[in-house]
Ligand binder design. Sequence first.
Ligand code: G4P
Length: 524
Amino acid sequence: MSLVSEIQRRRTFAIISHPDAGKTTLTEKLLLFGGAIHVAGAVKSNKIKKTATSDWMEIEKQRGISVATSVMGFEYRDYKINILDTPGHQDFAEDTYRTLTAVDSVIIVVDTAKGVEAQTRKLMEVCRMRNTPVMIFVNKMDREGKDAFDLLDELEAELKINVRPLSWPINQGFSFKGVYNIYKDNLELYTPNKQMVSETVKVDVNGVELDKLVGDDDAAKLREDLELINGVYSEFDVNKYLAGELAPVFFGSALNTFGVKELLDCFVEIAPSPRPVETPERVIDPYEEAFTGFIFKIHANMDPNHRSCIAFVKICSGKFERNVNYRHVRHGKMMRFSAPTAFMAQKKETVDEAYAGDIVGLPDTGTFKIGDTLTSGEILQFKGIPSFSPEMFKYIENADPMKTKQLEKGINQLMDEGVAQLFVNQFNNRKIIGTVGQLQFEVIQYRLLHEYGAQCRWEPINLYKACWIESDDATELENFKKRKSQFMAVDKDGRDVFLADSGYVLQMAQNDFKNIRFHFSSEF
Ligand code: G4P
């Protein structure tokens, strides 16, 4: 197969949802259709259960699972599909943000009863920043939930994106009868089944057949609903979807394997293959012969007997080959990889070649940093992977003065791996670690001790937000830094960060210094 057709048939995406909406179940059903697994129940959730927050061994076990399921590749029809897994636990949200930089599209799973939940809203913001095309799957239609029209309004309002239903439910909960597939113009009748696909029939919505299949009342209601949909929503425009402006919506029940095949069939047909990526140097076209890629995730091996990490590379252009020399742009040196791994179903295997859109895992012993670029030789740098203003902050202190060097090294490496963010207060030189959740502090403390032999202690700091600041007005910027000297820090790249101790202080600063831009993400 030619390079072009290999790349064109690739679909690399992530499924995102609030915990418990059904991401794991949907992933598993997609793998089932791809023949990558044969029975339901084979995919283990990488969810870190709420009860496990203080049980490190449990976290470790679950992280072990998440290495195996980091990327799941499979073939479906003529397509090569790569699903990138995202951690379920919200304390690892930063990991998810980074994964979103490596996908070409996203499927959002929403629970019909719960609607849009906090984490989905946040993840959608990241998709919006990058105009990532999104498709929405409304799950658990076998349970009572919100009215479908109300839910569509909620999706539009909460996710700030136009939506267009491409399938429509006939009732839900106990009286759920199926969905009408607007995209393909056929009716799927619901039969609860965890392993098999339900029956699909081609019916004329206006014919008597429909009444026979679902009953007069529901047939009339469906006709009415479809008329309303056609009146309210304009024709589905695939270009708007690809531009990240319009999200097609499907209804179903992942647990009952219902509505999933329809989602997958539409997905492979309309979801984008790898797209051009902008770099400060030039736009990289995926079909260029020369290989380029970047590291979006580094997974530490928690087993003390196998200390190495896996660095995950998203291939942005061309073909990656085993044992070929590639340039590690930040280090300025050529490297070759004798054991790159690819991920098929839930197996990791050594690969000889991979194409734009694919993810390969490279064994790493500290050579890579999140965001590093690899190329066939050209010097270019993919744009940084965004960091978001953390939610929680603590001072990190050395608890074992004999191990100062180890602590320093450990902190730096963990930050390169993207475990959390480090800010150094310029006033007192103290180090502040920012995370999105409590669990990350525990992870850091544990790993510093077990991997570096260093001990740390956390001390409280009262901070509301850390925001990156910049200005075209150098004098005003200097004035600001002087006025706020106690609250100025630098991030790991030496950029100015303002540490606001309350929302009020931040607002006042924004009012008083109109020429300063305050950013809540490091990508600006
Ligand atoms: P997540 O990865 O998004 O966190 O969700 P996951 O797939 O683990 O699903 C969360 C719970 O919702 C699971 O139940 C799962 O069985 C259930 N579920 C998923 N899809 C559907 C659906 O279409 N209908 C219904 N009724 N339930 C669904 P659990 O009891 O937490 O786990 P388990 O013991 O079943 O594994």
